[in-house]
Design a protein around this ligand. Structure first.
Ligand code: FES
Ligand code: FES
Length: 154
């Protein structure tokens, strides 16, 4: 089967890969790089469980073909921790009880991270609008919103 060479910068590490032309970024991350934090739920761009940050923008990795992001900088939930310390968002999610089954959590965290990276002090309205692109079936969103607000204060 024909494959293509791509180079990605994933969580600050350069990786060279041979991928199928139609391989999704979600498949590459999960199946080749063993980064299973991004989840596949709907597989059609509706839920946000597969969200990762690509060149600073939160994208649904189930809708992105890996060859399309050749050369990109990608951050997954596995790359949030720094020097063995959790990211403020991860700490706030735990403290506020914003995680129940956890299936949506990595996508929520990556969507929220991209927001805080571009706007350190978002309003509640901006937080609500941003995370409304991600579906959570458990928490009712209140605790997730509180967690993002708390992380923005750190
Ligand atoms: S699995 Fe990608 S948006 Fe739902
Ligand atoms: S914590 Fe279960 S889907 Fe969000």
């Amino acid at each position: 089967m024909k494959t293509m060479k791509v180079t990605l910068q994933v969580n600050n590490e350069k990786v060279d890969l041979q991928v199928r032309p139609y391989e999704t970024l979600l498949e590459t991350l999960r199946d080749r790089l063993d980064l299973t934090g991004a989840k596949e739920a709907c597989g059609m761009g509706a839920c946000g469980a597969c969200t990762v940050v690509v060149n600073g923008v939160p994208l649904r990795s189930c809708l992105v073909l890996t060859p399309e992001v050749d050369g990109a900088e990608i951050t997954t939930v596995e790359g949030l921790k720094k020097d063995k310390k959790l990211h403020p968002l991860q700490e706030a999610f735990m403290e506020k009880g914003a995680v129940q089954c956890g299936f949506c959590t990595s996508g929520m965290l990556m969507t929220a991270k991209a927001l805080l990276d571009r706007n350190k002090k978002p309003t509640k309205k901006e937080i609500v609008r941003t995370i409304s692109s991600n579906i959570c079936r458990c928490t009712g969103y209140k605790k997730i919103i509180e967690a993002v607000e708390a992380a923005a204060k750190r």
